[in-house]
Design a protein. Structure first.
Length: 226
């Protein structure tokens, strides 16, 4: 990996945690960002930590600019932030839709907006967002969630069109279901039997930010598991 500074947003969650560790092992200087300071507490000491709420565009710009000034301009952004609320069409409320858009779409836009000027100045960079299969294949019982992830998929492709001319690659990885403590509380064992470990998705992300993936941009990479 040629990149030196990687921001991993949502690093307090299972996938963000695994990604931060994987990228650090690959030689990157990783800055873990999460709004929950306690969730960052069990990361290894060689991973830097910053507390910020990426759903707030102003706070997001401030933290990215601080990282650029104190540690170095970001070469890599990995956005693992996401939330899930089940509910079909008739069960979807304005609050649920707002939450899904604010968490699953908003940070992707604000984080990309914050890192893009630094990457443009360098003439290179890599951005990876975490989408989901329901954002690609229509899935019943999760209307607002599916819509928010579909918006993230389209945002990823739009960012690729806008940023690729500046040497910035933008991709997304799309899991179906991850093995996490939260999902164990939501899904039955027979469903989780087909889920993917966060470490496996972190490996896919590590590939996407590496030089080996230099020709890949604008891709939504399925990682559905068994």
């Amino acid at each position: 990996m040629s990149a030196k500074v990687a921001i991993v947003a949502g690093a307090g969650g299972a996938l963000g945690h695994a990604t931060a560790i994987t990228l650090t092992a690959g030689g990157l200087t990783v800055v873990a960002v999460d709004r929950n300071e306690r969730a960052l507490g069990d990361l290894p000491d060689d991973i830097r930590r910053q507390v910020a709420d990426p759903t707030d565009p102003d706070a997001t710009k401030q933290i990215v600019d601080r990282i650029a000034g104190e540690i170095g301009p970001p070469d890599v952004l990995v956005n693992t932030i996401g939330a899930f609320r089940p509910g079909d069409l008739l069960a979807t409320t304005p609050d649920t839709l707002r939450l899904m858009m604010d968490v699953n779409l908003g940070p992707a836009l604000w984080l990309s907006q914050a890192v893009a000027p630094h990457m443009q100045q360098q003439g290179s960079g890599v951005i990876v967002h975490v989408a989901a299969r329901p954002g690609i294949d229509p899935t019943g019982g999760m209307t607002a969630y599916s819509a928010s992830k579909a918006a993230l998929v389209h945002l990823t492709r739009t960012l690729d069109v806008e940023l690729r001319p500046h040497g910035i690659r933008v991709n997304a990885v799309a899991p179906q279901l991850l093995v996490t403590p939260a999902n164990r509380n939501i899904f039955p064992p027979e469903v989780l039997a087909h889920a993917v470990a966060p470490e496996a998705i972190a490996g896919v992300i590590a590939f996407l930010v590496s030089d080996a993936a230099a020709p890949v941009s604008g891709a939504i990479l399925p990682a559905y598991g068994a």
